[in-house]
Design a protein around this ligand. Structure first.
Ligand code: NAI
Length: 335
């Protein structure tokens, strides 16, 4: 099958070529992001492979469908960027990678927690300048602290397991508590309790209408003064402007982000020669207690290998049965 692969970077190519070593499919690598303006590049392909910031709205899907595309395969677990109702009405099959490496994302989350706690970002810069003063670098022991996990799916549980290993108390909120989390010793509480009791709050829920801006001004006000917030889920789970206000007032002690509401115009590209046009993002960068990575939590070789293999398995299965191995359907929107 001919597959147009959008938002391709060299690393995607490396692992997709490896997974397609037998040459079962013809992969056409395209650098641009998929949207209504770039959809025409998929002409001749029966499948489109998309990443997190590709636009799979109704207009783009209609264009792809008119070109003969019948399958959308996502190189991601999240599918909040796909209009599933449009896909259903067009008869476009959608496949995703439900699990590639929860460890990759959970471990990166821990990296953000440790960086913020022990001010590694500041220490690194100081030492390079020959400044070995410790003022401003004071951290706290993770041992004995309370960590709140919002969403105990595959990644949230993996993160909880690691934090329990540090000797933290782990609280969680999830509308669907998971027996494995309970067995680990995670204590489920209501959302207000989670906000009020956590020294570190880490977000691991999907972006849905219910979770959009879940961490808003009201939620931030309920948090422990000086707490740490870490978001490696989806940017819009957090109201960024409210977070900036909470950082300015000191209500929020520190912030670690791997995702950002308006990341589509920033992330996965080298913009180091241009001015950042997004003033909200630029403001975030001014805080010494904020660490941002550009959606790299998934970015390990183990995860990329698994993503490539599952993506090709989705295409194989579609060729054999008319449906991808890990299909996403409109019913999934209903909780
Ligand atoms: P999952 O589907 O295994 O778990 C999600 C959990 O969130 C479920 O237990 C669900 O019940 C829970 N949930 C749903 N609504 C909730 C709410 N209102 N409040 C609290 N919990 C709620 O998903 P997984 O694999 O653990 O991934 C979590 C999220 O991480 C993904 O949806 C994706 O957005 C993000 N992600 C980020 C990556 C990155 O590179 N930064 C990479 C992979 C995923």
């Amino acid at each position: 099958m001919r597959v147009a692969v959008y938002s391709t970077r060299a690393y995607d190519r490396r692992f997709l070529d490896e997974a397609n070593a037998a040459g079962r499919h013809e992969l056409v690598y395209l650098e641009p992001r998929l949207d209504a303006d770039t959809a025409s590049a998929a002409a001749g392909a029966q499948a489109v492979c998309a990443f997190v910031n590709d636009r799979l709205d109704a207009a783009t899907q209609a264009l792809l469908h008119s070109l003969g595309v019948r399958l959308l395969v996502l190189r991601s677990a999240g599918f909040n960027h796909v209009d599933l109702a449009a896909a259903a009405s067009l008869g476009l099959a959608v496949g995703r990678v439900p699990e590639y490496s929860p460890h990759a994302v959970a471990e990166h989350t821990v990296a953000l927690v440790l960086t913020l706690d022990r001010k590694i970002h500041r220490a690194w810069a100081r030492v390079r300048e020959g400044n070995f003063a410790l003022e401003g670098l004071l951290g706290f022991d993770l041992h004995g602290r309370t960590v709140g996990v919002l969403g105990t799916g595959k990644i949230g549980r993996c993160f909880a397991r690691i934090m329990l290993g540090f000797g933290c108390r782990v609280l969680a909120f999830d509308p669907q508590p998971h027996p494995e989390a309970l067995a680990l010793g995670v204590l489920y509480v209501g959302l207000p309790d989670l906000l009020a009791r956590s020294d570190i709050l880490s977000l691991h829920c999907p972006l849905t209408p219910q979770t959009r801006h879940l961490v808003d001004a009201a939620a931030l006000a309920q948090m422990k003064p000086g707490a740490m917030l870490v978001n490696t889920s989806r940017g819009a789970v957090v109201d960024t402007r409210a977070v900036i206000d909470a950082l300015k007032s000191g209500q929020l002690g520190s912030l670690g982000l791997d995702v950002y509401e308006e990341e589509a115009d920033l992330f996965f590209r080298d913009l180091s020669d241009s001015a950042i046009a997004d003033d909200v993002f630029a403001r975030l960068l001014t805080f010494p207690n904020v660490v941002i990575t550009g959606h790299q939590a998934f970015f390990t070789e183990d995860a990329l290998r698994a993503i490539a293999q599952t993506t090709l398995a989705n295409v194989d299965h579609f060729v054999a049965t008319g449906s991808p191995l890990h299909a996403v359907s409109v019913e999934r929107l209903v909780p």
